[in-house]
Design a protein around this ligand. Structure first.
Ligand code: CA
Ligand code: CA
Length: 257
């Protein structure tokens, strides 16, 4: 074989390897395995917090843990409102809450919503469009740095932003993000539990920031969201998972090509 041809072949092999690397997308799973154990820590229990939020007969923190970790805007105005309802953690002054977009674990867009100084009652109002979002608060003073900088008011543009599919995360300090889809967390550890108030568009997310698993370290109520995928289509999707996986692989392959 001629030298030039060998070099060309080697270059081609490298190019193919790179393309394969780029195509090695890590599709984010749609749901979580639930339930997981919720411990008592001597602080108000997650059960008592959710009883206070949803009413005493809403359900149980074990039996009613939702497998969902992705949602869509449920209003035409595409406005989602997260409000802190409880924080029982030494980390409360630094714990944050945010929203994320994306379908590939290697390409996720994140935006902090409620910052460390936020306290019980602090809310953010998020308007989500395709490609952009704006964040404010019903208490506009919470936006100002002088007011404590509780809400990360502002706007963002990114191709991944869509009202049709997003998740949420909690964060302690500068790292340690815990996502609403377990697979995005180190060791796929469940650190965010989700609960739906009946069949309404009201949800609660409960965060475990350390290791006592009381899941009351920050609890946020979120209004005007609906789960993705819809519960009725989840079973259908699961039964067709093989077909979906095949189609995804095909798409990834044609994209790489
Ligand atoms: Ca805890
Ligand atoms: Ca706690």
């Amino acid at each position: 074989m001629k030298k030039g041809r060998i070099v060309r072949k080697a270059l081609m092999a490298i190019a193919l390897a790179c393309a394969a690397g780029a195509a090695a997308a890590q599709p984010i799973p749609l749901t979580n395995g639930r339930p997981v154990t919720v411990n008592s820590s001597g602080e108000p229990t997650l059960q008592s917090i959710l009883d206070g939020l949803f009413g005493a007969s809403w359900g149980s923190v074990l039996a009613n843990q939702s497998p969902f970790g992705l949602w869509r805007s449920a209003t035409s105005a595409a406005t989602t409102i997260p409000t802190i309802v409880a924080e029982f953690a030494a980390n409360a002054p630094i714990n944050r809450f945010g929203i994320w977009f994306g379908t590939d674990a290697s390409n996720v867009f994140t935006y902090d919503l409620l910052l460390g100084p936020s306290t019980v009652g602090t809310n953010a109002a998020i308007s989500i469009l395709n490609g952009s979002m704006t964040v404010g608060s019903s208490n506009i003073a919470d936006c100002a740095v002088l007011g404590g900088g509780k809400v990360n008011c502002g706007s963002a543009s990114n191709a991944l932003i869509t009202p049709d599919r997003f998740g949420f995360y909690f964060q302690t300090g500068n790292g340690n993000r815990a996502f609403s889809i377990d697979a995005l967390n180190p060791g796929s550890t469940p650190r965010v539990l989700s609960f739906q108030q009946g069949s309404t568009t009201n949800w609660a997310l409960a965060y475990e920031d350390a290791g006592d698993w009381d899941f009351n370290d920050m609890v946020v109520k979120i209004e005007s969201i609906a789960p993705v995928p819809e519960a009725s289509t989840l079973a259908l999707m699961l039964s067709g998972l093989g077909v979906v996986a095949l189609a995804t692989r095909r798409r990834a392959r044609s994209k790489a090509a």
